[in-house]
Design a protein around this ligand. Structure first.
Ligand code: PLP
Length: 384
């Protein structure tokens, strides 16, 4: 069967598996052995975990024992923030501060934290989708247990002033959790960020889905959430996802070797896409943020006179996969909470579309996608 041509511009949601990761996953699936078993087969599985842990620790410039493998960044964020609350033994620090544009894996912890006797409070961002440092400075005090801040926002791609917030938090004795899911392409270290806890996810960088990691700086008091085994030095019970972890390690190693090439591919594809979209639709859209440092692989735009919901369907029919970064409920697309948090009104926010590029994106694919997207826009507007 002949498949129609498609362009994949949704790498921030998930990225295709890298060949290196595919080979590592396949090889690991073909070997037997539980890494907790002492026999040779078990030891071989343990070696695969060790190699992957070494790759992640090298990448973050942290100690081998500070990396805990998880099922992904959602689990890592839950582990970090709920684990900190549980580990704090209900002292006088009962507030966790989070940026208002954090991923739901942080913001939706509010009820769980409340049940444990803690408050999750949000701190506003500017119109450009960047943390407001004055607001953070006003809110950080000795009642705060931890701060949660993304390294870069998953919808807008905006980098956050993580180090400045971490420094303020540490001066007040708070722990610092950083969601760095969208920035593994960039060459930062945990010390650059000033982070005590960092969440990572494999499938955003060409590793397999369902695997990630939590960096826990030595000495940070974080209780385990998953009990029932001594795996991961008693920080996460349950037999490890050896194949997934091996694939994650391989993707991290590939990024370490070819990071500059992947970054350039993302940047060139994103720039080609926006340039061509400007030529084809000079006055139908504008960038959502204009005065912020944005990830190389991100383009978030606001279309005039067309809702993202309809545009995305029309683009999909013409072969382009993109996203609005918002939840579909009962057939109507609610505007993205991130776009509302930067102060857009609901009507404007409904025109927001995210195009994201990854390790295998090409300018040629991006140009084709811009033409199809422009055609999709014209079709939607003609029907409105
Ligand atoms: N944090 C950010 C910024 C994300 O973009 C995502 C993925 O959508 C997550 C957390 C959750 O990651 P995972 O799919 O590994 O649970």
């Amino acid at each position: 069967m002949q498949w129609e041509r498609r362009a994949y511009l949704d790498h921030a949601a998930t990225s295709p598996l890298m060949p290196e990761a595919r080979r590592a996953v396949t090889a690991a699936l073909e070997s037997i052995g539980n890494p907790s078993s002492l026999h040779a087969d078990g030891r071989r599985a343990r070696d695969l975990l060790d190699e992957a842990r070494e790759a992640v620790a090298d990448r973050l410039r942290c100690a081998f024992a500070e990396v805990v493998f998880t099922s992904g960044a959602t689990e890592s964020a839950n582990h970090a923030l709920v684990g900190l609350a549980l580990g704090s033994q209900l002292g006088k620090r009962r507030t966790i501060l989070a940026s208002s544009i954090e991923h739901p894996c942080v913001l939706q912890l509010a009820p769980t934290l409340r049940a444990l006797g803690f408050r999750l409070e949000t701190v506003p961002v500017t119109r450009n989708g960047v943390a407001d440092l004055d607001a953070w400075s006003d809110r950080i005090n000795e009642g705060v247990l931890a701060v949660a801040i993304q390294h870069a926002n998953n919808e807008l791609g905006t980098f956050q002033p993580v180090r400045a917030i971490a420094d303020m938090a540490h001066s007040a004795g708070c722990a610092v959790f950083v969601d760095a899911v969208q920035t593994l392409y960039e060459p930062w270290t945990v010390d650059d960020l000033g982070a005590d806890l960092v969440a990572l996810s494999a499938h955003k960088i060409g590793g397999p889905p369902g695997v990630g990691a939590l960096y826990i700086r030595g000495g940070t008091r974080v209780n385990a959430l998953l009990r029932g085994g001594s795996q991961e030095r008693e920080r996460r019970g349950g037999t490890e996802n050896v194949a997934g972890i091996a694939g994650f390690g391989a993707a991290v190693r590939a990024l370490a070797s070819h990071g500059e090439r992947f970054r350039r591919a993302r940047r060139e594809a994103r720039d080609a896409f926006l340039r061509r979209l400007s030529e084809l639709l000079p006055s139908a859209w504008r960038p959502t943020v204009t005065a912020a440092e944005v990830l190389d692989g991100h383009a978030h735009v606001l279309f005039d006179g067309a809702y993202a919901e309809r545009l995305l369907i029309a683009m999909d029919l013409l072969g382009v996969s993109a996203s609005a970064g918002s939840a579909c409920s009962a057939g109507s697309l609610e505007p993205s909470p991130v776009l509302l948090a930067i102060g857009l009104d609901r009507e404007t926010a409904k025109g927001g579309v995210r195009f994201t590029f990854g390790w295998c994106s090409t300018a040629e694919e991006a140009l084709w996608a811009a033409e199809r997207s422009s055609e999709a826009y014209s079709r939607v507007v003609a029907r409105t």
